[in-house]
Design a protein around this ligand. Sequence first.
Ligand code: ATP
Ligand code: MG
Length: 495
Amino acid sequence: MKQILLCLEPSNLRQAIAQWLQNHEYRLVEGTIDSASFDLCLIDRPSLDRDRVLILDRKRSAFELLPVLLVCDQLESIDLQGVDDVIKLPIDWLELQVRLTNLLQSRQYLQAFQAVERDRVDAEYESVFAALQGNHLGLQRLVESSVIGFVIANFQGQILDANDAFLALLGYTRSELRSGQVRWDVLTPPEYQERDRQIIEELRETSIFREYEKEMLHKNGDRVVIQTGGALLSEAEETVICFVLDVSDRKRIEDERQQALQQAQEVNSLRSRFVSLVTHEFRNPLNVISGTTQLLERYPDWSAERRADCFRRIQAAIARMLELLDDVLLISRAEAGKLNFAPAPVAIEAFCDQLVEEFKLGSGREHRLIFTVQGECGQPALDEKLLRLILSNLIANAIKYSPIGSTVTLELMGQPEAIAFRIRDSGIGIPIEDQPRLFEAFFRAQNVGTTPGTGLGLAIAKQAVELHGGSIAVESEANQGTTFTVRLPIATTPN
Ligand code: ATP
Ligand code: MG
């Protein structure tokens, strides 16, 4: 039975949700977010604001997906850090069921994956420790084994003996060992020397040293990540026997596990960003439609002009929603590799000119739009539909994120093997720290304020550029303006 922690202020809502969960075979757990054991947490806005640090800490240290589902009545100005999904009030119980199932399933997949990996690593160690804990025969077998390195060394760093596995691990031969050139201290990078000195103290005091991880230098200069542990062999001679285990693989597995976890979390946060942005972006036009139709209903005697204005607003809202839906469909088709690429000769100068003219009549009518051409452009083979997506998204952004009255330029540049476009504005710019994620779907920079948008335009533009085998780059600084440069390689056909 899945365990659900409710971080909801006492209310009818809390009671209703608790009742519903119990009727649907979930178990409610008591406690707080930093200590309770649970599979999923349902939280409301005040608790989220209060406990966010605890949530983030818990998520980091748990090293597993601990889904947090936010229940709230509006999404505006909510910081969704730490939240994996959102459900709006009033609660639609079917929606709650779907969201819970999705989140819990993601958690289960991840747990299963981690369990498999953990078992593998544990099994590797069990045999070594069983042997070291007094099972002499086992120890003998291990020393002879070709898998685990064994070394007898003295406190001065001299290696007196080692098995083949150890020599192979660090790339030395037995005669090099005999000649004295294989020394523990020499094979230890400087930053681990101090730790090794402490180990000798530990050995003097307790006769053993507990395993720890360090790096050693391979003969070819590479670093090898090892785990070593051991025991005092002779107090008088100050000799010690240690095992040396190559854990580069385990490290790699851990890294991969971390990556998988990160990916899963990214998918989740992508979904929440999707939910919040799209619901938010849909809400505005929906509000316009519902508000305006109510007015039309309530005031049937309004003048024809006033009614026409209402219908225009409704149509614009519908157009905005259709545009959004198109964008979402487009990006999912692009990510599934299903966008068509059909290059054909395009009269590129006329095309750009026309596009800029369209903007001058539409969203760019309050800006100064300038179009310039350099070099010979001819009729390059490009996909006109995709090209329109690229340029109109970039021009629309330049207009949207720069002040009314300022200048936006589109430069078209004919180059020997490419056609390049530069879109320049002197607007709000993009903070440096946001630039690496700019082309991710649903990502928006922190300085957008109340400017509407879904964060899809650039992701779409990038996919369209990549279908052409081209590149897109950005240069920007907060408050200094932005320049996007797109370069599309071409096989030119003469005019
Ligand atoms: P839409 O999907 O409606 O285009 P959007 O404009 O927010 O929404 P993108 O076009 O993908 O999304 O842009 C992503 C983000 O990049 C923007 O939210 C904004 O933060 C930043 N950005 C893009 N172009 C500019 C620009 N010219 N000036 C400043 N910021 C920009
Ligand atoms: Mg945009």
